[in-house]
Design a protein around this ligand. Structure first.
Ligand code: OAK
Length: 824
């Protein structure tokens, strides 16, 4: 890179200039004129116009990266759940007003074009969305960062309901083109798979191991801009797409062997074809391991060979990079870096391990034992024979160290080993990450404590200084400023717009909670957001809800531990009590229960729970005797785009996992920041939310984590709870009676059997406490001044949950990276 090259001229921020660029894109980029342009043409031209405005910042950021050689954070993540790009890029390029006015003048509605964008759903849920928030914050904080991941051709499946049952359809997010990406096939990286390992001797007599892969795949980088807010920095997200290195075999094709001819191509391209729709339960599938290795091998090679200067001394690698491992999915990067250094560069094992141990840090995102990835050695050895050797060697040396530290304690050694022996010999990826990483962090205070004291306690005893916490956060740009423009306007009017970059400033709203006029305006905005949400639901899903009922939202992946069933039991219980006359209808607050949840396609019980929610919803929604007071809305295919409409409209946020199971949660933060009150257990980040917003502004219920542990130890009987609580019994009996399945008593039996049988996540044990808390919600909601005060205090006291703050914590506690200001 020549430092003398002048930077590309910045685009002029005027309506005229914008219009010129837009029309040029339409004419020259799309080959259409304005009269003939489709909505997609206009959206594409708009996106490309916005791109131009960000380009100066992007090129300058890259140029500075070469010049400054500052420390870079490489965020390695199998998922980036980005959501729509247009709004965020309009905001960060400071074009919102200009674009609207320009398009208005051309007779085009910006809001209509927004709706054209199909969001890139390259993630399952919390973990993937967190990665997207983090890269947004790093750019905003001026921290050099590269996000590395996979450009899945199909993202998280599109969910539809057929007779209330989930059906999965492919997510064709690329079908109409993808204006935000920059493919660079000329920078493709080659990655090997399979084959065997040989002993070879170099010309200078040095012996080394040489991996001879059976097949190779090319990784083509697709770059995406990651613009910061209020800065010129535009970082890069680099997603890899798999391609066959050779075109198909024309000879075989001409001889009629069509399938055979494209075999290699199919093998290669399958690797980045589709996102595994699993959340918190790993898929032990070969293709999944191929994906993991594919993207980390591409990313490491890219960083070492393309990002670093040619003459860079890799012994100094720890000064230039931290590879942050987003859960265990990228952990195969550890043996890959060792291979790069030892096999390909002839380093000694000790030198290579010394560097490797200083560049990786590991974030764990779960507490469920079944979510901890393990790869059978047969599979790993077949796909990555040299990596398995390296893992064995790492383990051997680690076990030696353990035996020195704990002489005679073979049980401990076996527990801590990177290799599990049962039920099959397998690599424990979390152990590998913990041994190799210089830091291990959980994602909320309670989670980090439980990691330290339970899940990885042996490691924490051995290396206490390795363990730390960084509580998650969410980006205030997308989830407040963009999603909730009216509330943002009110907040800015009150305290200025500094909060968008420094969310702790929201605390200055506190006194306004006592201001009746401010409360009224805050309420009016919530009411208008509800009307808007109702409009979206009608248009998107054909679902009609009252514009003025309480919006009670439970949106998250469908998982037993999150306890959608507990929410359902509450709804059924209300319905049952109203029906039996125990609860007078007039006393019930009109409420819309909103669910959003995808179930992993192979998770049968989760799918049955979805069917039950839909069945209960249909019955309640059709029951005229309720006079529309209770409504269940379960729009299919909940995604980031819908979240941005629902969250600003919500009154009540349901965060009701069994204590000790939800690592953090991030939806909980988004709701609080938009003035919803939480009904929640003492779990994950709920603990910190409650501490900050105050007990009186939070509806706590349920057992604490130690109480859960005690109950588990003393023997939990869901049957006994069922028998002893008449409301619970009546609700369950109503479901069992076939009241929601046209009299069919078998349809929902598996859900009931799971609850009455094992009830692994103790929904029944927390039912009474939950229903009591819901009664408190009802009473409090009736006092609308008190409720508004609490809602405002939730906003004012939730500034801590900005992902900007999370990033500062990562910098201080883990990365040692520093912001680098862009000077232009
Ligand atoms: C997904 C796959 C494997 C392990 C964990 C996950 C995951 O999505 N975990 C979620 O991560 C979020 C971000 O840290 C947390 O807020 C959620 O509590 C956690 O379930």
């Amino acid at each position: 890179m020549n430092d003398m090259t002048p930077p590309v001229a910045a685009r002029e921020h005027t309506v005229e200039s914008f219009t010129r660029e837009f029309l040029r894109e339409l004419n020259f980029g799309r080959g259409v004129d304005l009269d003939r342009a489709s909505a997609n043409d206009k959206y594409m031209a708009l996106a490309r116009t916005v791109r131009h405005y960000l380009m100066t910042g992007w090129l300058e950021t890259l140029r500075n990266q070469y010049r400054d050689q500052a420390k870079v954070v490489a965020y390695l993540s199998a998922e980036f759940l980005l959501g729509r790009q247009l709004d965020n890029n309009l905001l960060t390029s400071n074009l919102e007003g200009i674009a609207r006015e320009s398009l208005d003048q051309l007779g085009i509605s910006l809001d209509d074009l927004r709706e054209v964008e199909i969001e890139p759903g390259l993630g399952n849920g919390g973990l993937g969305r967190l990665a997207a928030c983090f890269i947004d914050s790093l750019a905003t904080l001026d921290v050099p960062c590269i996000g590395y991941g996979i450009r899945y051709e199909y993202g998280i499946f599109k969910q539809a309901f057929v007779d209330g049952h989930q059906v999965e359809k492919p997510d064709t997010w690329l079908a109409l083109g993808s204006p935000w990406e920059f493919p660079h096939p000329e920078n493709a990286v080659t990655v090997g798979f399979g084959g065997h390992v040989e002993d070879v001797t170099d010309e200078d007599g040095v012996k080394r191991r040489d991996w001879v892969p059976a097949s190779v795949v090319n990784g083509v980088p697709y770059n995406y801009m990651v613009p910061g807010y209020g800065t010129n920095r535009v970082n890069t997200l680099r997603l890899w797409s798999a391609r066959a290195p050779k075109a198909f075999n024309l000879q075989v094709f001409n001889e009629g062997g069509y399938e055979e001819a494209v075999k290699n191509q199919t093998f290669a391209e399958n690797i980045s074809k589709v996102l595994y729709p699993e959340d918190s339960t790993p898929q032990g599938k070969e293709l999944r391991l191929q994906q993991q290795y594919f993207f980390v091998a591409c990313s490491i090679a890219d960083f070492l060979c393309n990002v670093l200067p040619q003459d860079f001394d890799l012994h100094r690698l720890p000064d230039r990079i931290t590879w942050q491992l987003n859960d265990t999915h990228p952990v195969i990067a550890v043996p890959e870096l060792m291979r790069q250094l030892v096999d390909l560069r002839g380093w000694t094992w000790e030198d290579a391990w010394g560097v490797t141990q200083k560049v990786f840090a590991y974030t764990c995102h779960t507490l469920l034992p079944e979510a901890l990835e393990v790869w059978p050695v047969d599979l790993l050895g077949k796909l990555l024979p040299r990596h398995l050797e390296i893992i064995y060697r790492i383990n051997e040396l680690f076990l030696e160290e353990l035996r020195d530290t704990y002489p005679g304690d073979e049980l401990k050694v076996r527990h801590m080993s990177i290799i599990a022996e049962h039920p099959v010999r397998a690599v424990r990826m979390a152990h590998l990450a913990t041994v190799a990483g210089f830091k291990v962090n959980g994602v909320a205070a309670l989670h980090s404590e439980l990691l330290r004291d339970k899940v990885l306690s042996d490691f924490a005893q051995l290396w206490p200084e390795k363990f730390t916490n960084v509580t998650n956060g969410v980006t205030p740009r997308r989830f407040v400023r963009i999603a909730n423009p009216s509330m943002s306007g009110l907040v800015t009017e009150a305290i200025g717009d500094g909060w968008i970059k420094d969310l702790s400033q929201l605390s200055r709203l506190e006194p306004l909670a006592e201001d009746a006029e401010f409360r009224r305006r805050f309420r009016d905005i919530k009411a208008a957001n509800k009307v808007e949400f109702a409009r979206v639901l009608k248009e998107r899903d054909g679902i009609e809800i009252a514009g003025d009922a309480m919006v009670d939202a439970m949106v998250k992946r469908l998982h037993e531990y999150k306890r959608q069933t507990l929410k359902l039991l509450h709804i059924v219980s209300l319905y049952q009590r109203i029906g039996s006359g125990a609860l007078p209808l007039e006393s019930v607050t009109p409420r819309t229960f909103v669910f959003g949840a995808k179930a992993a396609p192979g998770y049968a019980l989760a799918k049955q729970i979805i069917a039950l929610i839909n069945a209960v919803g249909s019955t309640i929604n059709a029951d005229a005797s309720l006079e529309g007071r209770l409504k269940v809305a379960f729009p299919a295919n909940y995604n980031v785009t819908l979240a941005e409409k629902l969250i600003p409209a919500a009154d009540l946020s349901e965060q009701i996992s069994l204590a000790g199971k939800e690592a953090s949660g991030t939806g909980n933060m988004k709701f609080a920041l938009n003035g919803a009150l939480t009904i929640g257990t003492d779990d994950g980040a709920n603990v910190e939310i409650r501490e900050l917003v105050g007990d009186e502004n939070f509806f706590l219920f349920g057992m604490s984590e130690p109480e859960v542990a005690d109950l588990e130890a003393s023997g939990y009987s869901p049957e006994a709870v069922y028998a002893s609580d008449p409301d619970l019994k009546a609700a369950i009996d109503l479901i069992s009676s076939g009241a929601f399945s046209g009299g069919d008593r078998t349809l929902h039996e598996p859900v009931i059997a799971a609850l009455l049988g094992e009830d692994r996540f103790m929904a029944l044990a927390d039912f009474r406490s939950y229903v009591d808390a819901q009664d408190r919600v009802e009473a409090y909601y009736g006092d609308f001044e008190a409720w508004s005060r609490s809602a405002i205090l939730n906003v004012a006291r939730s500034g801590f949950f900005s992902s900007d703050r999370s990033m500062v914590d990562y910098m201080d506690r883990i990365w040692g990276a520093k912001p680098v200001k862009q000077n232009f």
